[in-house]
Design a binder for this molecule. Structure first.
Ligand code: CP
Length: 504
C-alpha cells in the first residue's frame, strides 16, 4: 500500500491512485476502531501545536465540523470563517489575498469551500501550506468521495471490487456524484445504475469518462428498478443554488416519483447513503426511511470524521512546519494561455486603416461584439486611441489602439465577450508578438472572474488541452489557427498539474 500524504494538497479525487484510496480506507477504518473500542485518546497529542484554518465561502455543517473534530481529537486547534459576513471578503478581498493571510497566521493546513470551480487549485497554488478541497463550485468534493468510499468499504468488509451502486436525486449539478463515481472507477467490476429526470441526470461527459475507465453505467426507468439491482443507493439533494431561475416548487414536482419512501425500499436489502443535508422542504428521503435498517447516512457522516481525522494525521503527523515569508511565487502572475501565431507579411504589420507604430490590433472579434468590447475596454476615457472597424470582405471586426501590452484584465474582458481574440502587439511599425488569447470556456471557472486575477493556465492531457483550475477540456476553435500552431502550443504545455514551487 502506498500513501505519502505528507503536506500534500487534496484537490481532486482523480489525483488519487487505487492504492492511495485503499490506504486511506485502512487508516480511516483504524480511526473508527479506536473510537468504537474506547481508545480515542491514544492519539490525543498527535497534532499538538498544529492549527487548521477553515475558509468556508459557502454553508457547511458536516465538512467543516468533521475537520474540526478530527483536529481536536488529535490535539490540534482550528480557526477560520464560516460565511463571508464579518470578513474582508465583504470589502472585495480576493481569494489570493485571503488565503495568503491564513498562511501568514501560521496555520499548518487550510480547508476551503468556495462557489467557483477551480478555486481550490488556485488556493493551493497561492498557499505555502497544504490545502484541502472542501468543495469547489460544481466541480469536486474529494474528501466526501473518500468518506463515501470508506463507508462502503467498512459496511462491505473491505471489499470495493464488484460493487453495484444506485444513484438518484440531482446527479447533474452536484459535485459528490462526480467525485464518488470517479473514485469508484479505480476498482474492478463496478456497476452504477441510476434513475432521474433528464434535467437532473448523469452528465454525458461523466458517463463517457466512466465508460473509458471500465465502469458500467446503466439508466433504469424507476427507483425500484434501481433498488432491485444494487447493494447501496446513493441519494443527493437538488442543488438549487446551482440552478439559477429554477424554483423549488418546480423541482418538488419534478422529483416526486423519485423520492425515497418506504414503498421504494420495501423488499430490498439495500443501504441508503446520502452526503447530507436532506432538503426538508423537498424531503428527497421520507423521514420514515430514517428508522429502517436501510438508513446508513448517519453512519456515513461519522465515517467523515474518521476519514478526515486519518487524512489530517497522515498529512501533518510530522515535526516540520512551513515558515511564512510574505512572498508569492512569480508564476502566479502569469498564465500560459497565449497561443502564438505566425505573423505573416511583416510589411502589413501596421495593418488596415491608418498604420500604427506602437500599439495593439485586437483582431478576429466575433461578429456583433465590436461595440461591447470597445465599451468594456473604454480606451478613450483611459487616454488611448480606439479605432473600431469592420471590413466588408472580413467577417470579423477589429480594434486598433495605441495601448501596447494590454493588461491581463483587458485581455480577459475581451475574451469574455468575444472568445479567442487575436492580439497583435505592434512595436516600431512591426508585429512584435501575435497570439490568440485562450480563456477557459467553463462559465463558473475562477479564471473568468476578472477581479480574482487568476492567470489562465492549461495543461495537456494526451492531445487534449485542459484548464489547470477547473480541469475542463478546452477546444481551440479559432478558424485561423493552423494545425501546426495548435500542436506547437499543446506541446509547450505541461503534461501534469505541477505544484507551484515556493522558495524554501
Ligand atoms: N456533505 C457535505 O458536504 O455536507 P456539508 O455541506 O454540511 O458540509
Amino acid at each position: 500500500m502506498s500513501g505519502n500524504f505528507r503536506d500534500r494538497d487534496i484537490i481532486s479525487i482523480t489525483d488519487f491512485s487505487r492504492a492511495e484510496i485503499l490506504h486511506l480506507c485502512e487508516a480511516g477504518h483504524r480511526m473508527a476502531e479506536l473510537e468504537k473500542s474506547g481508545r480515542r485518546n491514544i492519539l490525543r497529542d498527535a497534532l499538538k501545536h498544529r492549527t487548521l484554518s477553515y475558509m468556508f465561502y459557502e454553508p457547511s455543517t458536516r465538512t467543516r465540523t468533521s475537520f474540526n473534530t478530527g483536529m481536536r481529537e488529535l490535539g490540534g486547534r482550528y480557526d477560520g470563517f464560516s460565511g463571508t459576513e464579518g470578513t474582508s471578503v465583504m470589502k472585495n478581498e480576493t481569494v489570493r489575498d485571503t488565503v495568503t493571510m491564513m498562511c501568514a497566521n501560521h496555520n499548518d493546513v487550510l480547508v476551503m469551500r468556495h462557489p467557483l470551480d477551480g478555486s481550490l487549485q488556485w488556493a493551493a497554488d497561492v498557499a505555502n501550506i497544504p490545502v484541502i478541497n472542501g468543495g469547489d463550485g460544481r466541480n469536486e468534493h474529494p474528501t466526501q468521495a473518500l468518506l463515501d468510499v470508506l463507508t462502503i468499504y467498512s459496511l462491505r468488509e473491505a471489499r470495493l471490487d464488484g460493487l453495484r451502486i444506485g444513484f438518484g436525486g440531482d446527479l447533474s449539478h452536484g459535485r459528490t456524484v462526480r467525485s464518488l463515481s470517479l473514485a469508484l472507477s479505480h476498482f474492478d467490476d463496478i456497476t452504477i445504475r441510476w434513475a432521474a429526470e433528464d434535467f437532473l441526470g448523469m452528465p454525458p461527459d461523466l458517463v463517457e469518462l466512466l465508460a473509458d475507465r471500465g465502469v458500467k453505467v446503466v439508466r433504469d426507468g424507476s427507483v425500484r428498478d434501481v433498488m432491485r439491482q444494487v447493494d447501496f443507493y446513493y441519494r443527493t439533494r437538488p442543488q438549487l443554488e446551482r440552478m439559477p431561475g429554477v424554483k423549488q416548487r418546480d423541482i418538488v414536482s419534478m422529483m416526486k416519483q423519485y423520492r425515497i419512501d418506504l414503498s421504494k425500499i420495501e423488499g430490498f436489502d439495500v443501504r441508503v447513503l446520502h452526503p447530507l443535508p436532506v432538503n426538508s422542504e423537498i424531503a428527497e428521503i421520507d423521514y420514515r426511511v430514517y428508522f429502517t435498517p436501510a438508513q446508513a447516512f448517519f453512519s456515513q457522516a461519522e465515517y467523515g470524521i474518521f476519514l478526515r481525522k486519518a487524512l489530517l494525521h497522515e498529512m501533518l503527523g510530522h515535526e516540520g512546519y512551513r515558515r511564512y515569508d510574505g512572498r508569492l511565487p512569480q508564476v502566479l502572475g502569469t498564465g500560459n494561455n497565449r497561443l502564438p501565431r505566425q505573423a505573416r507579411g511583416a510589411a502589413r504589420s501596421g495593418m488596415f486603416i491608418d498604420r500604427i507604430q506602437d500599439g495593439t490590433v485586437i483582431d478576429h472579434l466575433q461578429p456583433g461584439t465590436l461595440r461591447a468590447v470597445s465599451d468594456a475596454l473604454d480606451l478613450e476615457n483611459r487616454g488611448y486611441s480606439c479605432t473600431t472597424a469592420t471590413i466588408p470582405e472580413k467577417p470579423n471586426p477589429f480594434i486598433k489602439t495605441n495601448l501596447r501590452d494590454l493588461p491581463e484584465r483587458d485581455l480577459k474582458r475581451i475574451a469574455l465577450l468575444s472568445p479567442e481574440p487575436t492580439i497583435d502587439s505592434v512595436k516600431d511599425g512591426r508585429i512584435a508578438e501575435k497570439f490568440v488569447y485562450l480563456l477557459c470556456a467553463n462559465t463558473n471557472c475562477i479564471t473568468r472572474t476578472i477581479n480574482e486575477d487568476v492567470p489562465p493556465r492549461f495543461f495537456r492531457d494526451g492531445g487534449a488541452i485542459r484548464c489547470r483550475y477547473c480541469r475542463r477540456p478546452y477546444l481551440v476553435s479559432h478558424r485561423k489557427v493552423t494545425a501546426v500552431e495548435r500542436k506547437a502550443y499543446v506541446d509547450s504545455l505541461p503534461a501534469v498539474i505541477e505544484p507551484v514551487g515556493y522558495p524554501e
